[in-house]
Ligand binder design. Structure first.
Ligand SMILES: Cc1cc2nc3c(=O)[nH]c(=O)nc-3n(C[C@H](O)[C@H](O)[C@H](O)COP(=O)(O)OP(=O)(O)OC[C@H]3O[C@@H](n4cnc5c(N)ncnc54)[C@H](O)[C@@H]3O)c2cc1C
Length: 403
């Protein structure tokens, strides 16, 4: 019999176990993990660099923000960094507030967490997937054989199932009587059937995106946009998908990209005019190369129905205006997302109204705590989801240790 079993050795589960053990060293604590190693998903975060937090986390627009902002202040960014410093990990912050390990590698993050589990004598059981949990009087039975006074469920959502989070936590919680809001993939690439967009494959721009479901503008995103053979990737596109995620199945969705946020439409027109007066015989596809990659210049000229190789001084006034409009408002219709396989996070999950917003204990089952992505809380790109995992894990760990 353990005092606490943490199910899932991802970001939130590992810190939950460490926090509980530090809170009360006499407790017998185990982590059970279905993968052969702990922290597998953390290794993949931030392209292997682990963007572990963001200095703007408290201001961030989390989904179910009211619930999240109840938890985040107690274990905020400073407390999280203090925690990591205490186990020997130091960090750096970039210009946009994103925090990374100083070693620039996610391996360091998982290593320091693993060493701390070992140092504290936390039992780590790997390669064991638990499919059910039963409450039997004062204790829980996991998978018919592990017993614990308290359970912290930290199984993650359904995003990126190859790293272990296959949605089984939702099934366990549902069997225990909790409501699960429909899980949807979030922070994932956008698919577009637009051939011109696909022809931009490989190009990166820093742009601003307005996001539309039907004709209604529902949000904005900003940052890197990467054009690919299937549509749009890059941080701004993934953030846009998160805003669109609940509309993609049933509404006509589009994003309108400002490809040249540095210049107003009038400034673009002035630059075009000076290119025309400097070199009137220049071919149309080169009209925009002073501020956009040639492939995009060519694509936008095509969208304005200007023939290839037209000398730029022969482009009509109307078409020049259309080209300026396209630079500032290039609409891309979206047909789908790249799904859970590629998603960074899950929208949906355990209904937050069924959990104590201070302790993360279930309001239905005493002694059961839930953390991280299993809860219906998610954030955008930039370290916000890991910060939620750390904060919720530490909260559940601290409260579960109160035995
Ligand atoms: C490719 C990628 C890159 C990302 N990059 C970033 C980033 O840079 N910054 C950021 O903030 N966020 C990032 N995220 C999101 C972030 O990783 C997650 O939000 C966070 O890891 C969620 O933590 P968690 O503890 O809730 O779940 P997870 O980290 O998913 O951990 C859940 C664990 O539970 C185990 N498990 C599940 N079910 C069972 C079961 N039935 N029995 C036993 N074990 C089980 C799983 O194997 C897994 O190890 C990224 C995600 C992906 C996929």
């Amino acid at each position: 019999m353990f005092d606490i079993i943490v199910l899932g050795a991802g970001a939130s589960g590992i810190v939950a176990a460490i926090t509980a053990k530090r809170e009360k060293p006499s407790l017998r604590i185990a982590i059970i993990e279905s993968m052969p190693v702990i922290g597998k998903k953390v290794l993949a975060t931030g392209n292997g660099r682990c963007n572990l937090s963001n200095i703007n986390a408290l201001k961030h627009e989390y989904y179910n923000k009211a619930f999240a902002t109840n938890i985040l202040p107690k274990y905020d960014v400073n407390k999280t960094l203090e925690f990591f410093n205490s186990i020997g990990l130091y960090t750096v912050t970039d210009d946009e507030g994103r925090i990374y390990p100083m070693s620039n590698t996610a391996t360091s993050v998982v290593d320091v967490l693993r060493f701390e589990c070992e140092r504290l004598g936390i039992t780590v059981i790997t390669d064991e997937k638990i499919s059910n949990i039963k409450k039997n009087g004062d204790f829980f039975v996991l998978g018919g054989r592990h017993r614990a006074k308290k359970v912290i469920l930290a199984c993650g959502g359904k995003a990126s199932p190859s790293q272990g989070s296959d949605g089984s936590g939702f099934e366990i919680l549902n069997d225990l009587g909790h409501t699960i809001q429909k899980p949807l993939p979030a922070l994932v690439q956008l698919v577009s059937d637009n051939k011109i967009v696909r022809s931009f494959k490989g190009i990166r721009v820093k742009g601003k995106i307005k996001i539309f479901a039907e004709n209604e503008e529902i949000g904005k995103a900003e940052g890197e946009i990467l054009f690919t053979e299937y549509g749009l990737s890059g941080i701004a596109s993934m953030d846009a998908q998160r805003i669109l995620c609940s509309h993609l199945d049933n509404k006509k969705c589009s994003v309108v990209i400002d490809l040249v946020p540095e210049f107003s439409k009038e400034e673009i027109r002035q630059r075009i005019n000076s290119t025309i007066s400097n070199n009137p015989a220049l071919k149309s596809e080169n009209l925009l190369i002073g501020f956009l990659p040639k492939k995009i210049s060519k694509g936008l000229i095509k969208c304005a129905y200007v023939k290839d190789n037209t000398p730029i001084n022969e482009i009509s006034e109307d078409n020049l205006q259309k080209i300026c409009d396209l630079c500032k408002s290039f609409r891309v219709y979206i047909s789908a997302s790249k799904g859970f396989e590629n998603a960074q996070v899950t929208r949906g999950g355990a209904d937050v109204s069924e959990f104590d917003a201070n302790t993360l204990e279930s309001l239905k089952i005493k002694g059961l705590y839930v953390t991280g992505e299993l809860l219906d809380v998610d954030g955008g790109c930039g370290g916000f989801n890991l910060q939620w995992a750390w904060s919720s894990g530490m909260t559940a760990g601290e409260n579960a240790a109160n035995i």
